[in-house]
Structure formats: C-alpha cells, structure tokens
Write a protein that binds this ligand. Structure first.
Ligand code: PEP
Ligand code: MN
Length: 293
C-alpha cells in the first residue's frame, strides 16, 4: 500500500488489508455480503404503512434483492417532518421478512434503542448523521449484529475507517461500509457521489463496501446510472430506495424508484456484474415457496 495511505489511515490499522485479511465476509441469514455475489438492499426510505412495505418487499425480492431497507427511526432535517413509526415500524419489517425471506437493515439512532432494533433487524444501520457518534457505534457493535456504517456527509475516508475501527475494537468484525455521497459546492445533485472512495476502499480495506446511489443523487433519474457505476467501481452491493408510489412518499420520494424503474435498473446491472466475474442473485433461485406466483 502507498505510504500516503498508510499514513492517512494509521488510526485504523485493523480495517486495512494485509496478507492474512484480504476480505471480510459478513454472514446474513442464508447468504453473505462481501463474497462472490453482488447484494442489493432495497426498500422505502421510511416504513409508512403495512401495504406500502409489504408490496415493496415482495417486489424487490422478485427482482433479486436480498435485503429490505426501511427506516423506523428516521433522522430528519426538520423536527416537524415524519420521524418514523419506531417499534410499529420494526414489527412491520419483521413481518416482511417472514413473508419474503428478505433480511432487514434499519437505522438505529440512539444507544438506548440498540437492544430493541437489534431484536428485529439483521443489520444495524448507523446513519450519516451518526457516523461519528462513537458511543452509538460502541453499543451497536456490542449487540453482535452486523453494522452498516454510512459515511458522514462531511466525513473523510479516514474518518469513516476510524469509525469502523471503533466497531472492530468493540468485538464486532462484521462491519459494512456505505458510500452515500458527500457535501461539496455542487447543488444540482443532493450530494456528490464519491466513486473514488469506493475504488480506494476496495483497494485498502478488507470490509465490504455498499453504494447508496439514492442519497448520493437525490433524483431518481440519476440512480440507475450511479448504480451501474458503483458496480464497475467494485462495490459489493447497493442500497436503493424504492416506493410503490414515489410521488406520495412520506420521505425522499424524489430519489425513490417506482417498481418498474427498479426492475429495469436491476436488469441493467447484470452485464456489469458479469464483467466483474461475480454473480447476481437469481431471483428465481431464492424465492421461498409461499412467495412464488
Ligand atoms: C437512510 O438511508 O435512510 C438515510 C437516512 O441515509 P443517510 O444516513 O445516508 O442520510
Ligand atoms: Mn432516505
């Protein structure tokens, strides 16, 4: 590794690749993140209603997603915006898992909520606004659930790796990194998708890297293109917002794909995934019997 990077990431020695640790594979239910299969996490920004969540879960599953996303505890810019359904949202996520076999990723915002969220979720999401909350990361890491750490809006790659190191230091090796765009002077997109961060992380760090083109772009028209770029940049998977009716979404409708657009995006990824020499999830191979037809 370049001396520059060794110096830059000196605070996070255990997340860097070495001869012993080339990659970390994170087991989730009956599959793996960071292995030889590209993994898609998809679902609404927020858990809104039972029919919204369940219809989305069935659709994304039929398109090859393995993980359902959806916020039950929502970090919002405005204190008057929808803050999430909390426990009721977690219960709906669990119901969707039962019906579809999808794993669940959902955000935990406070250390007090870690035991509750860990009871329902398969992966705990640490949101961008919390990436430097070391107390939250410590508690979340000690739950034993895999963590997905979303890069802070103004966090450097070294900052992200420092947070990952905290999780490892607290006994949890199953850390997934997520590039979701950073703040720059650009205002035409919601954030600036830092594709170099994905490529760099995949070179220096053994942890799986997920790309979130939805929060990076802010506009649904850009999401499929950014998703394909993420595949080429060697991401291990995607986190994508999907909603049955984006125009009526309670949060992040502008960047949410509808079912038709998600289906088209997933199909469009296949040749890029094949070029990497890894596999896509074949939807037919993973459907539980009750979900077929
Ligand atoms: C999200 O994924 O629901 C979310 C709030 O994203 P971020 O923390 O990246 O803003
Ligand atoms: Mn969102």
């Amino acid at each position: 590794m370049r001396a520059t990077w060794q110096k830059c990431f000196a605070d996070s020695p255990d997340v860097l690749k070495d001869d012993r640790r080339r990659r970390t594979i994170v087991p989730v239910l009956d599959f793996e993140i960071g292995g030889d299969t590209f993994i898609t996490m998809a679902g609404p920004c927020s858990v809104e209603t039972e029919s919204q969540l369940l219809s989305t879960a069935h659709h994304v599953r039929n398109c090859g997603a393995r993980i359902l996303r959806g916020g039950a505890f929502k970090p919002r810019s405005s204190p008057y915006a929808f803050q999430g359904h909390g426990l009721e949202g977690l219960k709906l996520l669990a119901k969707a898992r039962e019906q579809t076999g999808l794993a669940i990723v959902t955000e935990v915002m406070s250390e007090d909520d870690v035991p509750l969220v860990a009871e329902y979720a398969d992966i705990l999401q640490i949101g961008s606004r919390s990436m430097e909350n070391y107390t939250l990361i410590e508690h979340a890491a000690r739950s034993g659930r895999p963590l997905m750490l979303k890069r802070g809006m103004v966090a450097t790659i070294a900052d992200l790796l420092r947070s990952a190191q905290i999780a490892l230091d607290n006994g949890n090796p199953h850390v997934i990194l997520c590039e979701r765009g950073i703040r720059t002077f650009e205002t035409a997109t919601r954030n600036t998708f830092d594709v170099a961060a994905i490529a760099l992380l995949k070179q220096v760090c053994h942890l799986p890297v997920i790309a979130d083109p939805s929060h990076a772009a802010g506009y649904r028209e850009l999401v499929p293109t950014l998703a394909r770029i993420a595949v080429v940049a060697a991401a291990d998977g995607l986190l994508v917002e999907v909603h049955p009716n984006p125009a009526n979404a309670w949060s992040d409708g502008e960047q949410s794909l509808d079912f038709v657009a998600f289906d088209a995006m997933m199909t469009s990824l296949d040749p890029y995934i094949a070029l990497r020499g890894i596999s896509a999830t074949d939807p037919a191979s993973t459907l539980p019997l009750e979900a077929v037809g």
